[in-house]
Design a protein around this ligand. Structure first.
Ligand code: FAD
Length: 380
């Protein structure tokens, strides 16, 4: 509860948004500099999109879709390990195509099973090289894929999925969208190859709770920045919400792709062999199904799953990577630069798709900059 008296309570920092960006910064400011932090979120929980909770059946699920922690940054691992132990987990994804469920990213097994072949790695490399289309310049996300695996595999695995996921053709999307998806000619079927791949042992929310469990941090859920009014004062504002919303959409809204999550519990122990199965076919309305027990290691006689339906309406999840959107963001970024007393960070504050580890690194770097010039704690 916020104070309602005439004397507003004063904090050193107001942090808007209690996702990774906000929680990491709040924890650092409070524990390392002794500053008083008010952390607010308009949702009813900590953790932003990485929030997890136990559903009605008692299964630990991710409310905003599957979040798999992977990184090569030792510093990020060391930092988060203060607040959680880890469960080793290697993420695997299958794509449901032509009546089979095949490893994704495309690898040796994918090619052999799709075409009924028994190639070795060298054979798979030659197979792909023979199909790859040489292009003078890679302009779109379609070009990236076609130049690696050719038209047919592009159509089978990427075309429909990309259209559903982004609501536009891969030819209209920045090459960064598919540049992150590798193609392998060995049988490695791990989705990520980062050095460190794991899940927080007791879930993300438990980790966030430990991060903000500090006498200098006050967390207020169900609290929108726009509704704070004059009830509190702060010396500096860190805003991890949407930068365009902060400025009243003065240049127009930044385009985002959203998702509708359909969560269900089934009366069976397992549904699918891996945590995530993709559905690239255009006639299937969802893009993927997640089964959480694979991620969390939980044992339970029932299983909880989520279907993801991409949509233009709803919470802002994925900034749409297209040149005109980057140009629009640049106008907001310039306005943000000229706004004293406010720092914009996190994936919504900087209109960038970041993985969790990147957001942690971003907040740690921001904290290091603040610490260099930090005023003494206000003692309020
Ligand atoms: P968020 O988690 O979005 O937190 C921002 C918070 O700010 C939100 O809780 C919001 O309610 C709050 N807020 C916004 N405006 C206001 C306001 N005006 N007042 C009060 N509160 C406000 N990353 C990975 O590393 N691995 C994965 O497997 C992975 N899977 C993902 C799957 C999906 C479907 C999505 C959408 C993202 C995934 N990510 C994954 C990315 C990950 O979610 C982000 O890196 C991370 O959540 C970013 O943290 P953040 O704090 O910047 O933003």
């Amino acid at each position: 509860m916020l104070p309602t008296s005439h004397a507003p309570e004063t904090f050193d920092y107001l942090i808007v948004g209690a996702g990774f960006a906000g929680c990491v910064l709040a924890e650092r400011l409070a524990s390392q500099l002794g500053l008083r932090v008010l952390l607010i979120d308009r949702r009813d929980h900590l953790g932003g999109n990485a929030y997890d909770c136990t559903d009605a059946a008692g299964v630990l699920v991710h409310r905003y879709g599957p979040h798999i922690f992977h990184t090569n940054a030792q510093k990020v691992v060391d930092y988060l390990s203060q607040f959680t132990r880890w469960r080793p987990y290697q993420h695997r994804v299958l794509a449901d195509v032509q009546g089979q469920q095949l490893p994704m990213p495309i690898n040796l097994t994918t090619i052999n099973r799709l075409y009924g072949l028994s190639l070795d790695s060298a054979g798979a490399a030659a197979f792909l090289a023979a199909r790859a289309t040489a292009l003078p310049e890679l302009r779109s996300s379609r070009d990236v894929v076609v130049s690696q695996v050719g038209e047919e595999l592009y159509r089978t695995f990427f075309e429909g999925y990309t259209r559903k996921q982004w609501g536009r053709d891969a030819t209209e999307l920045d090459k960064s969208v598919t540049a992150r998806v590798p193609t392998r000619t060995d049988a490695d079927d791990r989705y990520f190859q980062d050095r460190f791949q794991c899940m927080p042992l007791e879930g993300y929310t438990r980790m966030f709770e430990r991060m903000v469990d500090h006498p200098n941090i006050r967390f207020l859920p169900d609290t929108d920045h726009a509704e704070l009014g004059g009830t509190v004062r702060w010396r500096h504002l860190v805003y991890t919400g949407p930068v365009d919303e902060f400025f009243g959409y003065c240049f127009g809204p930044l385009p985002y792709r959203s998702l509708r999550f359909e969560h269900r519990t089934l009366d069976q122990e397992w549904l699918q062999p891996v945590a995530v199965v993709n559905y690239p076919a255009p006639e299937v309305p969802y893009t993927r199904i997640t089964e959480y027990k694979h991620l969390t290691g939980q044992r339970h006689p029932r299983t909880s799953i989520t279907h993801e339906y991409p949509t233009d309406q709803g919470d802002p999840y994925y900034p749409i990577p297209a040149p005109e959107n980057a140009a629009l963001y640049e106008r907001y970024a310039q306005l943000a630069e000229q706004t004293p007393g406010v720092t914009f960070t996190g994936r919504l504050g900087t209109y960038r798709y970041y993985n969790m580890d990147q957001v942690v690194a971003q907040s740690l770097a921001l904290f290091a900059r603040i610490a260099q010039t930090a005023p003494a704690a206000s003692g309020v």
